[in-house]
Write a protein that binds this ligand. Structure first.
Ligand code: ADP
Ligand code: ZN
Ligand code: ZN
Length: 761
């Protein structure tokens, strides 16, 4: 790059800093920097007496400086720019579209180690891991062994559900217990302590089988050919029912891309939840694949980044941030399960990786493939209006039928759950047909999956005299009851407290547990089906770095009869011996106060139903519900995506919700409710004035109103929703607001901006 010098011979550059300001800063480049500076280079610059890593945007004419004397760049740490031009362009688009300062976007697009003020020094640490040494198979054995040691039992069960081992530090923290509990379990010969290197890459621990892909079916072949003939930058929506073989289409596309000397990115919703998908890429492409997962340390992530940057690895597989993988000559980006909400980043910059992938593919002239059995309505509308090209895999590979789906209406007396003595404390959960089907599977040596939607099913504590509910003192949600060890926990802020003996409101001793958590369901199922080997998969059992894969490996090896879990079990699993899927209550998601509640429920039910009957034995799905006629349930029963869309879309027209309109959620928060309300009202007034002036485009401002979850971590929350038919109008208005609206000088008040929110909670 040629240095365009200012009049006086100085070389000036524009630098984006990772601070919440929407402007670039001008610095001078003096001779003798360690490496040359170009657009996309990291530069270390002085900022308010300290130093900061910024990003060179290009040469500057110094016009913005006025009479200010520019400060000099302190260091240029990299030989080559961290951002190549196409990725820099993508980040500029993100900054514009998501209305986020460019410096923050650029920082988010690099591995954390590169944003640190000093050079990364990846250290290899070791840690203590506690491993189960002896199995206590039955509940009775356990009750005996732990009669006087409930904390040891909690630890034992935690380890078991984490796949047999977990770091000591993690287990102790999770159970809020002391090291003595671990020592106690070890002393009794039930566990051992080992050391392991923290930096070890869990994917390297996994066995790798080399494999050549199958011969494509005619439908797969048609999709593969269409992708091979794609125009540069074209976007495809690959809709294939569960089990239709979408992964093979991706694999074939990637082979073509590599054969052309190009590279590729594969995005999956969450690496830990999709080890089988990841294994399939590694089986075919071996060492060409860099797996970017959340378990990597900063140093490991940086190593993977460098390997991709240098071209030593040609395929990046990872969750949403892998969309920024520094690959040159990009030929394809695959977004698997494109409808998943995990592609949306929860903090600023609040980007959606699917949309970034489309823009990046366009910049790089690569093909972008969005795959799903149940596409988001946004992508579906784009595919049916010709913005994307639609590819369809209508059948299961090998002619397998989709499983038969039955609905058990929980309202009908006949199907109401049986109540046995063991169930008296909590409501029963298995209807007679579901219990019968589970028993059948057990007798035949087949496996089952039980889905429990955690959100609605969290157990809470309520007073039956005055209806008081135990709630978090810091957030506006009820506390979740946990049995082992017994306590109440808030799942937003992790506040914990002991159980009350009496109702704090009326003083009666009529506090009762309501609803069910996964732990209780596990216990109830274990009591109803005492011979079943049950594995539980939820946030509590899977915080360990590699816990998901360990649980799934046990299922794959046939060591588990019933896999019980939350939404996370619905994704990407492929076990031929699973012949039954039970949904314990389909309704909990439908009742959430969010415009996507029905879509989410339909997707969840379809996905989880797709887990059954993947082998020659076929499969059966049983959905328990009190809303059998709701379209989210009905269309999942008939596996009819298009029927669902036909009923759902009109409901998004009036009142208008995406994809009919574009949304942005502006959230105001702070520690004092009054101040937050005033801030939200001030913002509403600002918008009213702005919209009364010269036409800003058709944007409507709704609110202010309290957020459905009014308080999180002691912060009150109010919001305004911007709604418009034109994306550009929403962008312009939001940008004006975020750069000119003045937040009163209270340190605790914050405004956050969420473009295309996946939820308004
Ligand atoms: P999806 O992701 O669409 O749900 P998968 O890609 O997981 O489906 O494929 C389902 C199963 O079918 C996998 O076990 C896969 O190995 C197998 N499969 C896919 N394509 C073929 C093919 N052309 N021939 C034989 N088996 C195939
Ligand atoms: Zn009471
Ligand atoms: Zn809380």
């Amino acid at each position: 790059m040629t240095a365009s010098a200012a009049n006086d011979g100085r070389r000036l550059i524009d630098v984006a800093l990772p601070i919440p300001l929407f402007r670039a800063f001008t610095y001078e480049v003096k001779g003798g920097t360690r490496h040359p500076v170009a657009a996309g280079s990291r530069v270390v610059v002085p900022v308010r007496g300290g130093r900061e890593v910024g990003y060179c945007l290009g040469e500057s004419d110094g016009a913005a400086l006025g009479s200010v004397v520019p400060k000099a760049v302190i260091d240029v740490p990299d030989a080559e720019p961290a951002f190549r031009p196409d990725l820099l362009a993508v980040c500029r688009w993100m900054s514009e579209y998501y209305v986020a300062p460019l410096g923050l976007v650029l920082r988010a697009a690099l591995p954390a180690a590169l944003g640190a003020r000093k050079r990364p020094e990846p250290a290899v640490k070791t840690r203590r891991v506690v491993c189960l040494a002896k199995a206590l198979e039955t509940l009775m054995e356990r009750d005996r062994a732990f009669a006087r040691a409930p904390q040891q039992r909690a630890l034992y069960e935690l380890l078991e559900s984490a796949g047999g081992a977990a770091p000591v530090e993690w287990a102790v923290e999770r159970l809020s217990c002391s090291d003595a509990v671990v020592t106690g379990l070890v002393k009794r010969g039930l566990a051992t302590i080992e050391r392991e290197g923290v930096a070890r890459d869990p994917f390297d621990r996994r066995e790798r089988k080399r494999a050549t892909p199958h011969e494509p079916t005619p439908a797969q072949r048609a999709a593969i050919d269409a992708l091979a003939a794609a125009a540069p930058g074209e976007t495809f929506l690959l809709r294939g029912i569960t089990g239709s073989g979408k992964t093979l289409v991706y694999l074939e596309l990637l082979q073509q891309v590599l054969a052309r000397g190009q590279t590729a990115i594969v995005l999956v919703p969450e690496i830990a939840l999709t080890p089988q998908t990841v294994d399939r890429f590694r089986a075919v492409f071996g060492d060409d694949v860099a797996v970017l997962h959340s378990g990597l340390s900063d140093g490991e992530r940086y190593d993977a980044w460098r390997a991709l940057r240098a071209g030593h690895k040609r395929i990046a597989v990872g969750a949403r941030s892998a969309v920024f993988a520094p690959l040159d000559r990009l030929g394809a980006i695959v977004v698997d399960e494109e409808h998943e909400a995990t592609y949306k980043q929860g903090e600023s910059p609040r980007y959606h990786a699917r949309e970034v992938a489309i823009v990046r593919a366009r910049e790089a002239g690569a093909v972008c493939v969005l795959g799903s059995a149940t596409p988001s309505l946004e992508s579906w509308v784009n595919a049916t209006t010709g913005k994307y090209r639609l590819l369809t895999l209508p059948d299961r590979v090998g002619g397998g039928a989709l499983p038969a789906v039955e609905v058990v209406d929980l309202r009908a007396g006949a199907n109401a759950p049986r109540r046995t003595a063991a169930e008296r404390a909590v409501r029963g959960i298995l209807s007679a047909p579901l219990e019968h089907a589970l028993n059948e599977r057990l007798a035949r040596g087949e496996q089952s999956i039980l889905l429990l939607n955690r959100r609605g099913y969290s157990a809470f504590v309520q007073c039956t005299s005055c209806e008081w509910v135990a709630a978090c003192p810091r957030c506006s949600i009820s506390l979740t009851y946990h049995r082992a060890p017994e306590r109440l926990v808030c799942h937003y802020c992790l506040h914990q407290e002991a159980l009350h003996a009496r109702c704090p409101q009326c003083g009666a001793d009529t506090l009762r547990q309501r609803g069910l958590g996964t732990q209780q369901v596990e216990r109830l199922v274990a009591e109803q089906l005492p011979s079943a080997r049950i594995a539980r998969m939820d946030v509590d059992t899977t915080s360990g770095k590699w816990a998901h894969a360990d649980i799934l490996d046990r299922v794959g090896q046939g060591d588990v009869d019933i896999l019980l879990g939350t939404q996370m079990i619905a994704k990407g699993l492929d076990f031929p011996n699973v012949t039954l899927v039970g949904v314990i209550d389909a309704d909990v998601g439908i009742n959430l106060p969010d415009f996507r509640a029905s879509e989410r429920t339909f997707q969840l039910l379809s996905q989880v139903a797709g887990r059954a009957g993947r082998g020659p034995k076929g499969g059966r799905v049983i959905i328990q519900t009190r809303l059998p006629s709701h379209h989210a349930v009905r269309c999942a029963v008939t596996h009819d995506y298009e029927a669902f869309v036909a009923e759902e879309l009109p409901g998004r027209q009036s009142p208008a919700w995406p994809p009919t309109v574009r949304l942005a959620n502006v959230v105001f928060s702070g520690t004092e409710e009054r101040a937050v309300l005033e801030l939200a009202e001030g913002a509403a007034a600002w918008f009213a004035t702005a919209l009364a002036g010269p036409p800003a485009g058709a944007v409507e401002v709704i609110g202010p109103a309290p957020c459905p979850i009014e308080r999180i971590k002691e912060r009150w929350r109010w919001h305004l929703v911007l709604r418009g038919t034109h994306a550009g109008a929403v962008t312009r208005l939001a940008r004006r607001f975020l750069t000119s609206f003045e937040v009163p000088g209270r340190a605790d008040l914050r405004v956050s901006f969420d473009r295309d929110p996946v939820a308004l909670l």
